[in-house]
Design a protein around this ligand. Structure first.
Ligand SMILES: [Zn+2]
Length: 127
C-alpha cells in the first residue's frame, strides 16, 4: 500500500461539491447516450426514405447523414471527456488542470463539469 492518502482538509473542493459535479456528469452522459440512440434511428429512417423519394432528396439525405456523422463525432468526444472526468473523480484528481495541475475554477466546472483544463491551458491549446 504505497498510495498517498488525501486528507479531506487538503482538498479545496469538498466531497459534496464533487458529488454534485459527478451527478451532473452522469446525467450528461445519460443524455448523450439517449441522443445517440435517437440519432441512429433517425439515420436509419433517412435511408429508408431515400429509396422511396428518389434522387432529388438524395442530396438532402447525404447532407443529413454527414451532419449526423459530425454530431456523432462530437458526441464521442464529449463522452470521452466525461469518462475521463469520472476517472479523475475516482482518482481524487478532479478539479485540477491535467496540463498544469492548478485548480480549475469552480465557475468553469459549473459550465462544463467535464473540463479537463484550467482556462489558461484551454486557451493555449486552442491557439
Ligand atoms: Zn492549466
Amino acid at each position: 500500500m504505497a498510495g498517498h492518502i488525501v486528507q479531506s482538509t487538503q482538498i479545496t473542493m469538498n466531497e459534496q461539491q464533487i458529488a454534485i459535479f459527478k451527478q451532473c456528469l452522469l446525467e450528461k452522459r445519460e443524455q448523450l447516450l439517449a441522443f445517440a440512440k435517437t440519432g441512429d434511428e433517425a439515420a436509419q429512417t433517412v435511408e429508408l426514405d431515400q429509396s422511396k423519394v428518389g434522387r432529388l432528396s438524395r442530396m438532402d439525405a447525404l447532407q443529413q447523414q454527414a451532419m449526423s456523422m459530425e454530431s456523432n463525432r462530437r458526441r464521442e468526444i464529449e463522452l470521452q471527456k466525461i469518462a475521463s472526468a469520472l476517472q479523475r473523480i475516482k482518482d481524487g484528481e478532479y478539479g485540477y488542470c491535467v496540463s498544469c495541475g492548478d485548480e480549475i475554477h469552480e465557475k468553469r466546472l459549473h459550465i462544463d463539469p467535464a473540463a479537463p483544463q484550467c482556462v489558461d491551458c484551454a486557451e493555449k491549446t486552442h491557439q
